[in-house]
Ligand binder design. Structure first.
Ligand code: OAD
Length: 243
């Protein structure tokens, strides 16, 4: 029998970094270029919708051109081959997990390939640019479309399902996230509370590194496949990393 039956994996921008998508808080990060209050809050959208549309249109374009990397692929393989349950909760708004083949997935911060109509609440797939002169295909009103992403001050999606999974997990793995943003930054504490083993896989120690039972630091494309192999084979992580 496998050591863990219910695995919850939290992923962040560091997982997609080697696919060419910028992180937020690294030296070349998105929040070094933009003030999050201007582009990732409801107030910013009200003040200057054009800037917000431009910001997400550019990010959607980069994400559409990006491909999943070895780390995304290893996690998809884990879901397919692991005898226990594997749930990925991602803070990323790209769709590289899906492209790699993961299906048990929650986009807690939404998804740039979807838009929501603020007039009728319709949520629809959307891969083109968004602007304020577009008409909602459901209610036919113009001007109410926005990216279906969670902004600061808004509630992340599917929190009940995430809380339920955390309350039952026996392994929690956090990958490529700096641990700055709650509620995701608090998931490690929730998992520890129910006795789960907790692991951080990140380029460098995150803000919450001291809360994890086990930490491995390095590039996601190296340490994630090694950790997946360690889970599947039962071999020590170091041996899998050297392989
Ligand atoms: P951050 O930019 O805060 O953190 C990314 C983390 O990934 C950092 O700790 C990096 O060291 C690490 N990293 C960078 N390159 C890596 C690599 N190749 N391999 C492994 N790790 C690497 O991004 P998040 O923690 O995802 O929210 O940010 C969380 C939320 O803050 C985002 O979802 C977004 C942002 O504001 C909203 O916009 C609401």
């Amino acid at each position: 029998m496998s050591k863990y039956q219910r695995i919850v994996i939290l992923s962040g921008a560091g997982l997609s970094a080697e696919s060419g998508l910028a992180t937020f808080r690294d030296t070349d990060g998105i929040w070094k270029q933009y003030d999050y209050r201007d582009v990732a809050t409801p107030e910013g959208f009200q003040r200057n919708p054009h800037l917000v549309y431009e910001f997400y249109n550019a990010r959607r374009k980069s994400a559409t051109q990006a491909h999943p990397n070895e780390a995304h692929r290893a996690l998809a393989q884990l879901e397919k081959s692991y005898p226990g349950e594997v749930l990925i909760v991602t803070q990323n708004v790209d769709n590289l997990h899906e492209q790699a083949g993961s299906s048990n997935l929650i986009h807690m911060h939404g998804d740039m390939q979807t838009m929501v109509c603020t007039n009728c609440d319709a949520v629809l797939p959307w891969t083109k640019d968004l602007s304020d002169d577009l008409t909602c295909p459901e209610c036919e009103l113009t001007g109410g479309l926005r990216p279906h992403v969670v902004w600061f001050g808004e509630m992340p999606f599917e929190m009940n399902r995430i809380a339920d999974a955390l309350s039952k997990c026996d392994l929690f793995v956090s990958i490529g996230t700096s641990g700055n943003v709650y509620p995701a930054a608090g998931f490690v504490a929730a998992a520890k509370h129910v006795g789960a083993h907790t692991v951080e896989l990140n380029l460098e120690p995150s803000c919450g590194a001291s809360h994890f039972c086990e930490c491995h630091h390095g590039r996601a494309t190296e340490i994630v496949p090694a950790f997946v192999q360690h889970l599947v084979s039962g071999q020590p992580f170091e041996q899998c990393q050297a392989a």
